[in-house]
Design a protein around this ligand. Sequence first.
Ligand SMILES: [Zn+2]
Ligand SMILES: [Zn+2]
Length: 152
Amino acid sequence: MPAARTRMTRQRAEILAELRKAKNHPTAEEIHARVRRALPRISLGTVYRNLELLAQAGEIQRLDGGTRGRRYDGDMSPHLHVRCLRCGRIADVCGAALEPALDGLAAEGFAILRSRIELEGLCGECATAMPGSPARPLRTPDLEPDSGGPHE
Ligand SMILES: [Zn+2]
Ligand SMILES: [Zn+2]
């Protein structure tokens, strides 16, 4: 096996593996909690430093902005994000709507190295918690009498 182009420490490899597994665009703190299962002595500072190095190397995406802190994405394919303005959660926007736009840019001579397109809104949980929101209120056992049917 030839040596990697960049020196990949065990810690960095572990952080990268966890981030690629995660689908929820975690914060450094969340990644730290996951990586600690394999590397109990790793510090948050080490995780943060390695995340920055991975982002600079183009291995991961750094998702800045918002007041809820920086998040990271191990998925480097061009895709849209939607960020919840209330809790800071980030989700991927599914669909191929981005592809024609990227094709158009390529036609003008641009090579796309990373995408930073972000929609903003409220996630399902936050939308239901906001007064006057059009979403349905949260179901609670007290307010939902079992009128669905005779089963159970
Ligand atoms: Zn939310
Ligand atoms: Zn993403």
